[in-house]
Design a binder for this molecule. Structure first.
Ligand code: SAH
Length: 214
């Protein structure tokens, strides 16, 4: 099978079959070459139904989790989105396909640099990168219509909540260092409304308003 055939099969069998419905999310995942974001020697597993190591103790999320979290943001194309945890840059590319501007923060410089290289090469002009602790958010560039946290947090952060627009959506895994529940937070009349969606496992969010390193 070619990479493209593998990718279409992944979308049909892992996303559509399991209930991902947002056609824009589906089309973006049909298009973006996930295998470019997976380093060797795991590249051959890029379309497998699981997260994969990207080095530095971090992972690229399972395709279904990327699709599910993105669908939760309900993007229509005119949004500014904040991503905490650039990692491989794959989720960043999907967001850049679906929103107007993406602001992405990564605490590990080597991962951020690698992702920037790949995303620049792919020609995305609507992604803004920062190396640092994403638990502070990016207040100078906010507020955002969407915030996506791709590492497991100990609680729902009011710091990030303050950077959400009215009717803005935030998706964030919340729980222990080892397992979490995925929450969608929607700001309504200035209040943060919580929905507990599914169980998940992410690497820990490390920072001032999250877990300590080790
Ligand atoms: N969306 C990425 C997920 C990478 S794993 C992908 O699919 O490739 C989570 C990432 O969050 C890791 O790269 C980790 O270094 C980063 N991270 C953890 N805590 C962070 C923080 N406080 N600020 C920014 N990035 C953080």
């Amino acid at each position: 099978m070619t990479w493209n055939e593998k990718r279409q099969h992944m979308v049909d069998s892992q996303l559509v079959k399991r209930g991902i419905k947002d056609n824009r999310v589906i089309q973006s995942m049909r298009k973006v070459p996930r295998h470019d974001f997976v380093p060797d020697p795991l590249r051959k597993c890029a379309y497998d139904d699981c997260p994969l190591s990207i080095g530095k103790g971090q992972t690229i999320s399972q395709p279904y989790m990327v699709a599910f979290m993105t669908e939760c943001l309900r993007l229509r194309g005119d949004e500014r989105v904040l991503e905490i945890g650039t990692g491989s840059g794959y989720q960043t590319a999907i967001l850049a396909e679906l929103a107007e501007e993406v602001y992405t923060i990564e605490r590990i410089p080597e991962l951020s640099e690698r992702a920037q290289g790949l995303l620049d090469e792919a020609g995305y002009g609507n992604i803004f990168f920062k190396v640092g602790d994403g638990t502070y958010g990016w207040p100078e560039r906010g507020p955002f219509e969407g915030i996506i946290v791709t590492a497991g947090a100990p609680n729902i952060s009011s710091v990030l909540g303050e950077q959400l627009n009215e009717e803005g959506r935030m998706v964030v895994p919340v729980g222990t260092r080892h397992s979490q529940s995925l929450y969608r937070i929607t700001k309504r009349k200035g209040q943060l409304m919580e929905e507990n969606l599914i169980l998940c496992i992410f690497v820990p969010l490390i920072g001032e308003y999250a877990w300590e390193e080790n």
